[in-house]
Every structure is written in C-alpha cells, then in structure tokens.
Design a protein around this ligand. Structure first.
Ligand SMILES: [Zn+2]
Length: 208
C-alpha cells in the first residue's frame, strides 16, 4: 500500500504540468499499478526459485532495468488505451513518471530491515543492495503474517512515507498556489522530523 501511496503522490504532483483530466487520471492509476507490480515476484517462491536468485523475490522485477521495462510497457499501453482521446496523448513526462514510479518500489524496499536486499543492478550484477540505514521494518509476507505483525510496520510506513502522497496531493491540487506550497513544505518538514526520530531510535537501539 505504501508503494502505491508514494507513486500516487509522485504522479499527482505532476498535474499542474500536464493537466488534461483523462491523461492525468490514467497516469496516476498507471503509476500506482507499476509501483505495486514488482511484488508479484513472490510467485517465484511457489515455482521453487530461491530468494537470492536473480529471478527470485526482490531480484529482476525490483531492478532499475526492470523499472525501465515496466514503465515503458505501461506507457505504451496507456498510449494505446488513450488513442483518440482529445489532448490525452502520453508524452515524455508520463514515461519518466512511470519509470520513476516503478523504480521507487525497489528503492523503497532497500529501506526495509529484513530479507536479502534488492537486486538493483540485475542482470549486470547479482549483488543485493540496502541503503546504509533501514528505518522501515520489513513487511510480513502473506495475510496471516500481516495480521500478526503488520500493524506496527504499517504505522512506521504511514509516518515516514505516506506524507509523500499528501505532499503530491497538495502540489497537484486546486486552490491558491501559495497556500498549497506552504502546506506541502509544512508536511515535508513534519515527515523529516519523523525520519530523524526513527533514525535516532534505531541508533539508540544499536547502542544498547
Ligand atoms: Zn518489493
């Protein structure tokens, strides 16, 4: 859900630059979908592909090249679906947003403190990557795991990452520009505070 929230915020923020309603709505939906698709790779487990394999969970589907393929595929599909809709021809901005939305999935997974890391450079390197700090507790796989351990995880995700959706909504919304910009800045500042607090908690935990 957090992947969707961040991607939606990103796409929403672009509205003032490309406001055609049909295109904007389709672009936002497509960004949400491409940001969530990489986790379909959990099917690899059922096929017997190990986690650390380049085609395993958080492998090729979470890589930067995977994001380019996914974003380009979604962009071509959008162009086809919106063909004939007045003023709604997807362009370079839409392609860039789709690729960034898809790439955001792997880059955000690198912030989580579990699993075997993200194969960001598959197929050029099989190394799994994390950011130097991982403030997000890893989300349990499956519904049973989520119900048992997922709520604190979700709470941290909401605090640290969902402000991106609210900032996007403000930047891409209606109303006086100045009010929206101040609102977005205040929200970004609050989110930065939450990040500092979380990183402080982790450093304190490691120091004990
Ligand atoms: Zn993932």
């Amino acid at each position: 859900m957090t992947h969707a929230a961040v991607a939606w915020g990103l796409a929403r923020a672009a509205r003032p630059r490309s406001p055609a309603p049909a295109l904007a709505a389709a672009r936002e939906r497509a960004c949400v979908v491409v940001a969530m698709l990489p986790d379909l790779d959990v099917l690899a487990f059922t096929l017997g592909i190990p986690y650390a394999h380049p085609l395993g969970h958080r492998g090729a589907s979470h890589s930067l090249l995977g994001a380019v393929v996914l974003g380009l595929g979604a962009w071509l599909l959008l162009r086809r679906l919106l063909r004939g809709v007045e003023g709604a021809r997807p362009g370079g901005l839409d392609l860039a947003l789709l690729v960034v939305a898809a790439a955001s999935h792997g880059l955000l997974d690198m912030l989580t403190d579990g699993g075997e890391g993200v194969g960001l450079l598959v197929p050029f390197s099989d190394t799994r990557h994390f950011w130097p700090r991982q403030p997000i507790p890893v989300s349990p796989i499956g519904l049973v795991g989520f119900l048992a351990h997922g709520l604190p995880v979700l709470a941290w995700e909401v605090l640290l990452l969902w402000p991106a959706a609210a900032v996007g909504a403000l930047l891409g919304g209606a109303g006086p520009w100045r009010t929206r910009a101040w609102g977005a800045a205040a929200l970004a500042l609050a989110a930065a505070g939450a990040w500092a607090w979380r990183l402080h908690l982790i450093a304190w935990d490691h120091g004990r």
